[in-house]
Design a protein around this ligand. Structure first.
Ligand SMILES: Cc1ncc(COP(=O)(O)O)c(C=O)c1O
Length: 449
């Protein structure tokens, strides 16, 4: 095969992508189909795909084919399905097999007795009053001062809360300040809604208050979003002092803060929410996704008193209200205490897995708390984050590159490893051992060419 031929084929595919003939996120033709069409061999097409994958134009998955790359789309970083022969270390979710039995019986109980007819109807405000009343104790248990029931809104998960707040409290082209390495779901929303994002420097305690202050002097953001506990992706957790410092900057500059506290249940002891310090400037988000089940889509949003009515009206305008049927089960889980014991058990699993992972990866630089769901690993110099992820993917391991989390400078060379999605500890051990071997290897060994 001549070198020129596969580069030529790569150029053809590339221009088809640019022209939109192969849409973003769509599956590319098989090697054989394209070889037939272009009068070449499947091996040449395969080489061309490898060139495009290295250039970040497409992505290839073992057993599933190649896809046109979707930059900054949530789906790129976080693959929720677990394919056969794949070890998924890319998604932050609870160890679901552990919760499923309890959830099955809770759902059966919820719907086996006489069902309250109001659950089938529309409700006033953003969720039934009794559900809001019970569900607020979830966030309160993990550090939030008890809000009035009018301040508590039910949402379809934390993602819904984030998108609602960004839509309602910022205009197109507005500036949103986030942690320098941030949850890609925020970048996706900003991308779709044409909001600008600025990454604020972080350290091991999360967003740095002085850096936020400097940003406010340079250009005051309309919204600041922080994840104060077990931050995604770095695992950083804000100390009480850092929470106070951030609160002071927010207050001084009179900006609105979104405190996405979805991982608060993982803290060894509850840490006070920033919302407690500046209740009139802060929206607080929590959700059952990470401790109980992401599929339930049950989240809770606490608003400042002044914003309660407006937010409730907005949520109603957008989705009427999240399903009362699901929130009935969520309320029963919270009310009976089962939600809290499941959360505690997930924290214990996370702690065991952190221990396991830190032993296997002891030669590498790791960040994250002893009970975080993830590890944030600084790659050895010879590896670039995207090439490492590609090499890992080719071996059936899905890990997430720092490219997907970056909200501007400084660029880092890390990967995020989620320790909870793989159900069996034996399989997780194997995957981590393979990752350790790959980290020690030379990228040229795994070069596609
Ligand atoms: C920081 C953060 N916020 C929000 C979400 C989305 O949560 P939910 O499933 O409740 O929408 C995630 C999920 O990974 C997350 O890490």
């Amino acid at each position: 095969m001549s070198t020129v031929k596969y580069i030529e084929i790569a150029n053809i595919i590339d221009s088809r992508i640019d022209l939109g003939h192969y849409a973003t996120g769509s599956k590319l033709p098989t090697h054989r189909a394209l070889a037939n069409e272009l009068g070449t061999t499947p091996v040449t097409v395969s080489k061309a795909y490898q060139v495009l994958a290295s250039a970040g134009k497409i992505e290839s998955f073992v057993g599933r084919g190649s896809y046109v790359y979707e930059n900054k789309q949530l789906s790129q970083v976080i693959r929720s399905g677990i394919e056969q022969n794949e070890s998924n270390l890319s998604i932050l979710q609870p160890c679901l097999t552990h919760n499923i039995k309890s959830l099955h019986s809770q759902f059966q109980n919820s719907f086996s007795q006489n069902i309250d007819p109001s659950l089938y109807a529309y409700a006033e405000g953003s969720g039934l009053l009794k559900h809001r009343d019970i569900c607020r104790s979830w966030a309160v248990n993990y550090g939030l001062d008890k809000p009035d029931v009018e301040q508590l809104h039910l949402v379809n998960g934390a993602q819904h809360a984030l998108s609602a707040l960004i839509q309602l409290y910022t205009k197109p082209e507005a500036l949103i300040a986030v942690e320098a390495q941030t949850y890609p779901g925020i970048l996706s929303i900003a991308n779709f809604l044409d909001r600008r994002v600025v990454g604020i420097h972080m350290d091991e305690h999360g967003m740095r208050a002085e850096a936020l202050e400097q940003q406010c002097i340079k250009e005051r953001p309309e919204l600041v979003i922080v994840v104060p506990s077990h931050q995604n992706p770095t695992g950083a957790t804000m100390s009480i002092e850092r929470r106070e410092a951030i609160a002071n900057v927010i207050l001084k500059n009179d900006v609105l803060l979104v405190e996405d506290d979805i991982y608060a249940f993982l803290n060894p002891t509850p840490l006070p929410a920033i919302s407690n310090l500046i209740p009139d400037n802060t929206f607080h988000i929590s959700s059952l996704s990470k401790a109980i089940s992401p599929g339930m889509r049950c989240g809770f949003l606490r608003s400042p008193k002044l914003h309660g009515k407006k937010l409730s009206a907005f949520l109603r305008a957008m989705v009427w209200l999240p399903s009362p049927l699901l929130f009935e089960t969520a309320s029963q889980l919270v009310d009976s205490g089962l939600a809290f014991s499941l959360a505690e058990e997930q924290k214990q699993i996370a702690q065991n897995r952190q221990h396991l992972a830190r032993r296997i990866l002891q030669n590498f630089s790791l960040a994250g708390q002893a009970t975080s769901y993830q590890l944030w690993l600084t790659l050895p110099k010879q590896w670039n984050a995207d090439s490492f992820c590609l090499a890992a993917k080719n071996q059936g391991m899905l890990v997430s590159s720092s490219t997907y989390f970056g909200a501007g400078t400084p660029t880092v060379n890390n990967i995020r490893l989620s320790l909870m999605a793989i159900e069996s500890e034996a399989r997780l051990t194997l995957a981590l051992e393979n990752i350790a071997n790959l980290l020690d290897a030379s990228p040229t060994q795994y070069s596609q060419f």
